[in-house]
Design a protein around this ligand. Structure first.
Ligand code: BES
Ligand code: ZN
Ligand code: ZN
Length: 503
């Protein structure tokens, strides 16, 4: 898909659908003036309230109009970037729905929108492109099309061109934003594809290959430890979870080193459970298929590192991805087992379904020991309890550092990937005490997402700047939860936003 910035009269924009964004405040005067100028009847405004993400398609208008159709695009009050992004998502989804090939948006008001939202023009352009790419996302690579009733000559249409129409002297800024938006948007798409791929298409080795491919393409190092090396390292958490599996585990290390001096060293750890059946503590079968998304943290880390490499940020960013599926079998670990993790800390496996924390434990220790980074952040679909607490749109944030927690919260507000901080008080340690080992991997009924985070905290070896982001809710939208189904790529936009602030 080609995205271009053009300077031309509104009437001359040659496209299938031209979007005219309006905020509710500007609705009366500005919309009326524009519509009259384009030859539309003001009656059309009866159905348009400029709610964020509202799209009303208009037909007719002046004969001079080069665009085949015009759409009124609602920005809500036009005071925040989230509504602008929402509008971009909705506009793209509409264009896909209508099977159009070319879409355009009038960005002549982008300067005043930038003032009203306290953003710069490049940021708004980036958010639009990112939103548009998210809105047109479809996961159809496993559809053969063989059962569709259509004439063989009919090629399915998809959007091939997007135009951002501007006036004034903001071309360079907008183009900078478009480039950045395209990078983040495509990394998000890669993450979503990985999440949506089912277990029979994506095993640990496949996840590692995806990282290797990305590293080769965008110039960062990827080292994959295979089962023998994982055994030699003594990663007892990852090996224990993998015990029931037919497929070997992998531990991938993605290493992006910038050209010049790196301002900070950051380790990003992502949970890569390619399918979580629960193991011997088997999950109920209803919706178990959604557990193909249990590697969403890994996908977000991979997407983020690729984006950082493509943006060339002056940071040393290391991605660590422990990967395996979690299966029951005669060789699987069993509840009550005591395992020794990479750190040497022993763990009583109270529940084999609390597997994420076992593989993350090894990766966190490895991150601290090998790199001693300035910051460690892990991203994981860790607990159902986090969904109970915060729902499907917001991630849980846990951190032992107030400044880091605040920075991640702010990045969430800016990127639209919202996080909410939860406590890490030591009083929760009581719940994960074990009689036979150093710690238990389950903490009983209450505060499941907190006890999971308290467990992880034991493996950072006293590191002072660590955060854990539980993305169990927002990483995957179950069928019927809203317009978006399946993998969301949650975390890419959030982490890139955070890293850009540090760059
Ligand atoms: N992968 C799940 C958490 C999860 C649940 C992610 C729903 C996305 C949607 C995790 O491995 C898990 O099973 N956690 C258990 C922990 C419990 C056994 C202590 C849970 O949340 O029930
Ligand atoms: Zn589990
Ligand atoms: Zn899991």
């Amino acid at each position: 898909m080609k995205i271009s910035v053009i300077k031309s009269d509104l009437e001359q924009v040659d496209t299938d659908l031209l979007a005219l964004p309006f905020s509710s405040g500007a609705l009366k005067k500005e919309t009326e003036n524009t519509l009259v100028a384009l030859g539309f009847d003001l009656q059309v405004l009866k159905d348009f309230k400029a709610e964020a993400g509202e799209v009303v398609v208009l037909y007719g208008g002046s004969k001079k109009l080069a665009a085949a159709r015009v759409a009124l695009l609602g920005l809500g009050e036009g005071k925040n970037i989230a509504d602008w992004r929402k509008a971009a998502v909705a506009f793209a989804a509409k264009a896909v729905d209508m099977k159009l090939e070319k879409a355009a948006v009038d960005c002549s008001g982008i300067k005043s929108l930038a003032d009203a939202t306290k953003q710069n023009v490049a940021t708004l352009a980036a958010a639009f492109v990112e939103g548009f790419m998210a809105g047109m996302y479809e996961f159809d690579r496993l559809k053969s099309g063989k059962l569709e009733k259509k004439k063989s000559s009919q090629k399915p249409k998809e959007i091939s061109e997007v135009l951002l129409r501007i006036d004034g002297d903001v071309v360079e800024e907008i183009e900078k934003g478009v480039t950045e938006g395209e990078i983040v948007g495509s990394c998000q798409k890669m993450a979503r594809d990985l999440v949506n791929l089912p277990g029979n298409y994506l095993q640990a080795e496949d996840l590692a290959s995806a990282a290797e491919e990305s590293g080769k393409k965008y110039g960062y190092d990827v080292t994959v430890f295979h089962k023998k090396e994982i055994e030699a390292l003594g990663m007892g958490g990852l090996l224990a979870v993998n015990k029931g599996s037919f497929h070997p585990p992998t531990f991938s290390v993605l290493d992006y080193t910038p050209q010049g001096q790196a301002k900070l060293v950051i380790a990003l750890v992502g949970k890569g459970v390619t399918f979580d059946s629960g193991g011997i503590s088997l999950k109920p079968s209803e919706n178990m298929g959604e557990m193909k998304s249990d590697m969403s943290g890994a996908a977000s880390v991979l997407g983020t590192i690729e984006a950082v490499a493509r943006l060339g940020l002056p940071l040393h960013v290391i991605g660590l991805i422990p990967a395996t599926d979690n299966m029951p079998s005669g060789t699987a670990q069993t509840p009550g087992d005591v395992i020794t993790t990479y750190s040497g800390i022993t763990v009583e496996v109270g529940n084999t379904d609390a597997e994420g924390r076992l593989i993350l434990a090894d990766a966190l220790t490895y991150a601290k020991e090998k790199y001693n980074p300035d910051v460690i952040i892990d991203v994981a679909t860790l607990t159902g309890a986090c969904i109970v607490a915060l729902g499907y749109k917001v991630a849980g944030l846990f951190s032992n550092n107030d400044k880091l927690a605040d920075e991640i919260f702010q990045a969430g507000q800016q990127s639209g990937e919202n996080v909410w901080r939860m406590p890490l008080w030591d009083l929760y340690d009581e719940q994960i005490k074990s009689d036979v080992a150093d710690v238990n991997n389950t903490g009983g009924r209450g505060a499941g997402s907190v006890t999971a985070a308290k467990f992880l905290e034991k493996f950072i070896d006293g590191h002072k700047k660590w955060a854990h982001i539980d993305i169990a809710g927002p990483s995957f939208q179950p069928k019927g939860a809203g317009k978006v189904n399946g993998g969301t790529g949650f975390g890419v936009s959030l982490l890139v936003e955070l890293l850009k602030k540090w760059a």
